[in-house]
Write a new protein. Structure first.
Length: 134
């Protein structure tokens, strides 16, 4: 199932209760800069330069190398990064290339995922928070 709302029947006392399934499970495959992302070895790339600049983990992945599920994520969806645990989507934004680091300093999130749109003009950035803290 994708999203379940017991307030739509079944006599539940909950007015707005949603169960979000795991929408995306992934892992950290490597670390580095653009050349590590371009290697497309599978999994996310820990982008050390941007992560250091924003003070939070930043994980880009090419859309054609496994990042396509990022484009389908919605607010509240669950994401598992195998080495880090379960997260919830709390923010998302489409940004132009070159604006990522500036935008990330203001976008809510403890961890960020990023993939490019197929048009390669913009990127989708997803802000995640640990599931236990949401």
């Amino acid at each position: 199932f994708s999203k379940f709302d017991p307030s739509r029947g079944g006599g539940s006392n909950f007015s707005a209760w949603f169960i979000h399934p795991i929408e995306f499970t992934t892992y950290i495959g490597n670390s580095g800069d653009q050349s590590a992302i371009d290697a497309c070895i599978g999994g996310l790339t820990y982008h050390s330069e941007i992560s250091q600049y924003i003070g939070k983990p930043y994980f880009p992945i090419h859309e054609f190398c496994g990042g396509e599920p990022i484009m389908r994520l919605s607010y509240g969806d669950s994401v598992i990064i195998q080495q880090l645990g379960e997260f919830k989507v709390i923010s998302m934004l489409d940004v132009d290339h070159g604006d990522t680091a500036r935008v990330l300093r203001e976008l809510p999130g403890e961890v960020y995922l990023q993939t490019c749109h197929q048009n390669d003009i913009q990127m989708r950035v997803i802000g995640l928070a640990k599931a236990a803290s949401v």
